[in-house]
Design a binder for this molecule. Structure first.
Ligand SMILES: Cc1cc2nc3c(=O)[nH]c(=O)nc-3n(C[C@H](O)[C@H](O)[C@H](O)COP(=O)(O)O)c2cc1C
Length: 202
């Protein structure tokens, strides 16, 4: 197992994967389980992880993804989707293990926070999937695999291919496998001090 700081520091986006590699089922489940442990506002857990294992479907998705080889070569292709309406689908279940009073309080807070705020519902789904995607990538690294986050694809076409429900949206892919060849040169990282703002923007 790779420790978390090493996984963060050494992670790169893989461009090619060895298509002959199979991730054992228990390992893939452990990686997906890391995604399930990602935080969500009010614990609504509205990410959905579509694991595309059908080679024919992978081929079709690749055709909608700028023909990027990762889509077919990765040992696992996960399409992260957000259920923007999860907040009103029996929200008590997101607090099922909490004491009843706390559950009721959260149900009411969830309702008043999301009701009538379509943009917020969508934004939250994107936020949550982004966090879950990184959890999947780091878990993949911990298990000795490489990954690539991806949004270079036709969102509508991919949605159709996976029978996306109308109240869900495709957010991004995470492709996971054993990287082959060299990583391309890195674009570089902005100086840390340029990315940190103390207290407020000037
Ligand atoms: C939301 C998102 C979408 C991306 N989409 C693609 C993609 O479609 N194909 C690809 O090869 N890399 C994709 N990348 C990888 C970026 O190009 C890469 O993260 C960036 O250049 C920094 O390189 P590094 O991840 O190796 O540090 C994506 C990254 C993110 C976060």
């Amino acid at each position: 197992m790779t420790d978390i700081l090493t996984a963060i520091a050494e992670r790169r986006s893989a461009k090619r994967f060895d298509p002959s590699v199979t991730i054992p089922g228990h390992e893939l489940r452990a990686i997906l389980d890391a995604g399930r442990h990602a935080p969500t506002a009010f614990n609504i857990q509205h990410w959905r992880f579509v694991v595309v294992s059908d080679p024919a479907l992978r081929k079709e998705i690749r055709a909608q993804a700028w023909n990027q080889p990762q889509v077919e070569e990765a040992s696992a292709l996960i399409v992260l989707c957000a259920d923007f309406k999860a907040w009103k689908k029996n929200p008590g279940r997101y607090w099922a293990e909490a004491p009843a009073k706390m559950r009721e309080t959260y149900e009411s807070m969830i309702h008043s926070f999301y009701e009538g705020r379509e943009q917020l519902q969508r934004d939250e789904g994107i936020r949550s999937c982004g966090i879950a995607a990184y959890a999947l990538m780091l878990a993949a690294a911990a298990h000795g695999y490489q990954s690539c986050p991806m949004d270079g694809f036709d969102f509508e076409a991919v949605g159709k291919l996976i029978n996306l429900p109308p109240d869900h949206e495709v957010v991004m892919f995470v492709a996971i496998g054993k990287q082959t060849g060299e990583y391309p040169p890195h674009g570089g990282h902005l100086p840390l001090d340029e990315t940190i703002i103390h207290n407020r923007f000037a």
